[in-house]
Design a protein around this ligand. Structure first.
Ligand code: ADP
Length: 299
């Protein structure tokens, strides 16, 4: 009998630890015991939490997150941008605030107020320098994310845009479990097959979490040659639209490769607010994506 009790206790412990890292924990009935051990949803005042995901790195997920967050704030929305790409937190560099260190106010973390309408928090602000790698296991990441949600003076937000690492890891799982009002995920992909294949995986992952895919964004979709003005399909074109159709989720739009976009990221001045960029087709494309996103999220 005593042996049975020990065995069932052990099984329960195993179940709890497995459930905490399982993609289907929120919808699986056998996960109830594990769920009970999870912290409650963070008490932050936000209308819409949007996760930005990609199947692979380098497809422009952070670039899209930064420009979307800025575009939303330019349209009168109060926006928080949370950089959870812990192993490559590039958002501060893209916003020109990489030297910033976090400050505390009333025992709470103060995010960086980039403008009156846009606040940013990134793991990078906690590192001694930008070349320091983070070597953390899942539970440590989970604890940090919990703090980034619950112990930060976000104020009252319309949108919290969460830039996640590529793939299907702990960070997305934790946000889905701990953040309130998660509306779903935006999936960023480039047009070629090797990228869309992984984007499809991200979509399935989001479905397993019981969340909707808000839409697919095709980044690096064709490029206007700066010399002759002719369009070059460097990574192809239309792959993002095709998987959106296949998955029956909204296609939010395509953003071309634009040298100015790359320069803007390196200079720490988001493309969407760079002087003179508002007349370019790339600017119009980013703005259109943002409008599609608002119309899907806010109906
Ligand atoms: P990810 O977050 O997916 O790893 P990044 O946003 O860091 O990708 O982008 C990778 C690189 O590609 C960066 O140098 C960025 O400036 C550049 N980039 C992203 N989108 C575009 C684009 N549409 N045109 C030109 N360069 C881009």
């Amino acid at each position: 009998m005593a042996k049975n009790n020990t065995q069932s206790k052990k099984a329960e412990e195993e179940c709890k630890s497995e459930c905490s890292s399982c993609a289907t924990a929120s919808s699986c009935s056998s996960a109830k015991k594990g769920q009970a051990g999870l912290p409650p949803k963070a008490a932050i005042d936000v209308k819409h939490v949007i996760m930005v995901l990609s199947g692979k790195g380098g497809v422009g997920k952070s670039t899209v997150s930064v420009n979307l967050a800025y575009a939303l704030s330019n349209h009168g929305k109060k926006v928080g941008l949370l950089d959870l790409d812990m192993h490559g937190p590039n958002i501060p560099k893209m916003l020109g605030i990489e030297d910033h260190k976090l400050a505390m106010a009333d025992d709470r973390i103060e995010p960086v107020h980039v403008t009156g309408m846009l606040s940013v928090l990134s793991m990078a602000f906690l590192l001694p320098d930008i070349s320091t790698p983070i070597i953390w296991r899942g539970p440590m990441k989970m604890a940090a994310i919990q703090q980034f949600l619950a112990e930060v003076n976000w104020g009252s937000l319309d949108y919290l845009v969460v830039d996640l690492p590529p793939g299907t890891g702990d960070e997305a799982l934790t946000i889905a479990q701990l953040a309130p009002n998660v509306r779903g995920a935006v999936i960023v992909t480039t047009p070629q097959d090797v990228a869309t294949m992984d984007a499809r995986k991200s979509a399935k992952f989001i479905e397993k979490l019981g969340l909707p895919v808000i839409g697919v964004i095709e980044n690096m979709s064709g490029m206007l040659c700066p010399h002759c003005g002719e369009e070059i399909e460097l990574f192809g074109k239309g792959g993002g639209k095709k998987i959106a159709e296949e998955l029956k989720v909204p296609f939010l739009g395509a953003i071309p490769i634009d040298i100015e976009m790359r320069k803007a990221g390196d200079e720490g001045r988001p493309f969407i607010i760079k002087r003179g960029s508002s007349t370019s087709p790339t600017w119009t494309a980013v703005d259109k994506v943002m409008e599609s996103l608002i119309s899907v999220v806010e109906g």
